[in-house]
Design a protein around this ligand. Structure first.
Ligand SMILES: [Zn+2]
Ligand SMILES: [Zn+2]
Length: 131
């Protein structure tokens, strides 16, 4: 088994990502896994390559649902719920770059604010109508 980068040099192990054989000079150990030069860049950036699939953040989706529901009714309750859920989702996404849905979270915040504003406008309209 020879190093892929250095023909003639005996390889000691395989890269955890691309499974090519490399010599000790080429392999870098990250979180207990050995990576070659080109794979280590990716491994350092985020998770090991094998589990780099993204997944949608559920919190962002439910935040958006609450926000949209708040447009129809109970905006004063659902608006803040949507905003706090969206902020929670954004935190989770910062913590875990594999989560997607920041667009949904942002939309939930904007619609959540609209929920509250619509409620206030509705109350004001009622109040001024009564005078
Ligand atoms: Zn590799
Ligand atoms: Zn080598």
């Amino acid at each position: 088994m020879q190093c892929k980068n250095h023909p003639g040099v005996e390889a000691i192990d395989r890269c955890a990502a691309c499974a090519e054989a490399f010599c000790p000079n080429c392999l870098v150990e990250i979180q207990g896994q050995k990576y070659c030069g080109s794979c280590k860049v990716l491994a350092v950036k985020g998770q090991p390559i094998a589990v780099q699939a993204t997944m949608p953040c559920k919190e962002a989706g439910s935040a958006l649902n609450y926000a949209i529901l708040g447009l129809i009714c109970f905006g004063i309750i659902l608006g803040p719920v949507a905003i706090s859920k969206a902020l929670g989702a954004k935190k989770m996404m910062n913590f875990n770059p594999r989560l997607t849905g920041s667009g949904k979270a942002n939309a939930a915040i904007v619609i959540g604010i609209v929920d509250i504003l619509l409620f206030i406008v509705g109350v004001l309209a009622k109040v001024s109508g009564n005078i």
